[in-house]
Write a protein that binds this ligand. Structure first.
Ligand SMILES: [Zn+2]
Length: 87
């Protein structure tokens, strides 16, 4: 079933929100690793790994499923050109 423009935009917004929430969690994990305490290094590394895998799965185009790269302020998909913002 084809997704409507509205559905694509809604889905993109949810994914974008998750990516934005992920950033401070990843930053916190990096700080843990930098604490030079063996336990914090292990916990920090696990969080970074999970955040990385989650981001790879989450940050994809709702239409063609292509990975969307580093930026979070995309106006459209670089591959299939599906619009993520209403004009
Ligand atoms: Zn796409």
């Amino acid at each position: 079933m084809e997704k409507s423009d509205e559905q694509i935009i809604q889905e993109f917004r949810k994914k974008r929100k998750r990516q934005i929430i992920l950033a401070p969690i990843a930053l916190f994990a990096v700080i843990l690793v930098l604490l030079v305490n063996p336990i914090s290094i292990i916990i920090g590394s696990i969080i970074i790994l999970i955040a990385f895998i989650y981001s790879l799965k989450n940050w994809r185009c709702p239409v063609c499923n292509r990975y969307l790269g580093r930026g979070v302020n995309l106006k459209k998909c670089p591959k299939c050109e599906a619009k993520f913002w209403q004009e």
